[in-house]
Design a protein around this ligand. Structure first.
Ligand SMILES: [Zn+2]
Ligand SMILES: [Zn+2]
Length: 277
């Protein structure tokens, strides 16, 4: 799959190689992952359907810190080999960990608390984007295991919000599936997919058709950018009616040219991927 995309888009080769290595390391980490059962309060579950609360908040996912710490070290190595900027950042991150300015286990155990990560990055003069990428990628196997546990608690047809019913995060991408092209949103944090109305902006809840537009890449109707003229934000949509659904995140990375076009038109992407951040 990655080979096909690389052939189609030679300019993306290096980045896709990096992504593939990260993914392989995460898949390996899953084998030794230990995540206990998540207990939801009954009252909370009842509120979900009625009030639009997510099942948990993103910091409530149980994390396997041992496995995440090991994965963090492996991802640092992959980053070091991938490009000079990452290599320099990894060197500095190691330095602050060795000097005990950062307690890595503690930092990982807080999950993706943006404010905390920003504070740590500022204090130690690190690139916040690289640090949060390494943290998020290291805890991702734990998050996905939690999502798999929680998804059986949900009744999909009752959820029509722009944020994830499992963890409350905003979507990374939207996906069209099935013969009639049902629309799904893909959670940027836990990877859960939920069905949504086709004419709907997940970021401002706009449903007025005249404010919703889209454009395609040249000769690429499989990938499109859905624009909202109410909030001036956009989401990328991948049309899986004509494409085998393998890895939406990879498709996203291989179509960064569409993000550039959208940004030139003056639209913002609320949830960027690592490379558009
Ligand atoms: Zn989620
Ligand atoms: Zn909007």
């Amino acid at each position: 799959m990655i080979q096909q995309i690389k052939k189609k888009r030679p300019g993306y080769g290096k980045m896709l190689d990096f992504y593939q290595k990260v993914k392989e390391a995460q898949d390996k980490a899953k084998a030794s992952l230990k995540i206990g059962p998540i207990h939801l309060k009954k009252e909370w579950k009842e509120l979900l359907g009625k009030e639009g609360f997510s099942l948990i908040q993103k910091e409530d996912f149980p994390l396997d810190i041992e496995t995440s710490t090991k994965l963090f070290a492996i991802l640092c190595q992959i980053g070091k080999d991938s490009n000079p900027h990452m290599a320099e950042q990894v060197r500095r991150i190691k330095e602050v960990i060795d000097n005990k300015k950062i307690d890595l286990k503690k930092l990982l155990s807080k999950g993706m608390k943006e404010e905390k990560i920003k504070k740590v990055a500022d204090e130690s003069e690190l690139d916040k984007g690289v640090l949060s990428f390494l943290i998020q990628s290291s805890i991702k196997p734990s998050i996905e295991a939690g999502r798999e546990q929680l998804k059986s608690e949900l009744d999909l047809e009752t959820w029509l919000n722009g944020y994830c019913p499992v963890c409350g995060s905003l979507p990374l991408l939207s996906l069209l599936k099935g013969e009639v092209g049902k629309k799904y949103l893909l959670c940027s944090y836990c990877g859960y997919q939920w069905r949504i109305d086709r004419l709907f902006c997940p970021f401002c809840n706009n449903t007025e058709q005249e404010f919703l537009k889209y454009f395609y890449g040249e000769r690429e109707e499989t990938y499109r950018i859905d624009l909202c003229d109410k909030c001036h934000q956009y989401i990328k949509t991948i049309d899986y009616r004509t494409l085998e659904e393998l890895d939406p995140v990879l498709e996203d990375l291989a179509t960064l040219h569409l993000d550039i076009l959208a940004s030139q038109k003056g639209y913002k992407r609320p949830i960027p991927n690592f490379w558009t951040a």
